[in-house]
Write a protein that binds this ligand. Sequence first.
Ligand code: TXA
Ligand code: MG
Length: 335
Amino acid sequence: MNTLILNERQIDTAAAIIRKGGLVSMPTETVYGLAADALNGKAVADIFKAKGRPMDNPLIVHIADISQIYSLVREFPDNAVKLAETFWPGPLTIILPKSDRIPDEVSAGLDTVAIRFPLHPVAQKLIMLSGPLAAPSANLSGSPSPTSAAHVISDMNGRIDAVIDGGDCEVGVESTVITLADEIPRILRPGGITAEQIRQVIGETLIDKAVTEPLGKNEAAASPGMKYKHYSPKANVILIDGSDEAFADYICHAKDDKSAALCYNEEKETLPCLCIPIGAKGDDLAYAHNLFAALRKADENECTVVYAHCPTKEGVGLAVYNRIVRAAGFEIVRL
Ligand code: TXA
Ligand code: MG
């Protein structure tokens, strides 16, 4: 299959592909998604094939108008209404009991469905033209999520019908996922909307243990995506928790032939390896924005090792921590 590269004026071409059951990668404010008609089970099954994604990992359904949610869920409780009114459109996904209209391919056999209303105007226009869209991140399963059309092409060329090039994604990490299907709201995946922001709107909110810790052998994942190795470049990621001096010292004494450091802007010319800047020290938003592109850049340069600063677990830092600790196989070098 020849993958078309469309621009923002060709969204109607993309919508026609979706209506025929095809797959289109679309920009969102978080990462690029791989979209299909959410109500067409066969098209949704093709997403799993194109990504090499395990069939037991459910997809998010994207809407572009709150009124679209009513036929997709059985309940739209007060807390969900409050979150939607405050954070939609934006990088928040809400899990609710699903309606019968949701194909099993979307929910992977669960009784719930994840719903998100993205902020990106291209995604919104595509949804308005083609209806609700099921869309995971548009990477090959396991590799870092794509934050540009070039990343999508690098993983998906020849596997999908088209990609709409909408430039670089603003947030850079995937949406916050919260479940309201249990008694107490619980964050399953941290993202651009922080736990602190959510608590201001709905009060008590838990953070699932799997956000920061590996699952035990016999533990079930609340969010199936958490149990898979994720966000990994080909290079071995070494996550370092220590002072900037200790970080530099560790890299100076390491004996890897081809290594890269995800460094602060201030460190750029000072480390004896390929320096890939991820923003100013302490700027969690910049770290989130640059993280996946930086991991991909290390691979493009055929690095075998990537050193990274351990982010804080506060605010958007928690989203960065959640991604990078998985990329590092949950190992942290404490100096
Ligand atoms: O920002 C985003 O959320 C991006 C853009 C494209 O919208 N999408 C995205 O989708 O990251 P994906 O499939 O890569 O991640 C969705 C996560 C997975 O970890 C999945 O297991 C979880 O959400 N999920 C989806 N439906 C669920 C459900 N009903 N119950 C629990 N977890 C669910
Ligand atoms: Mg993903």
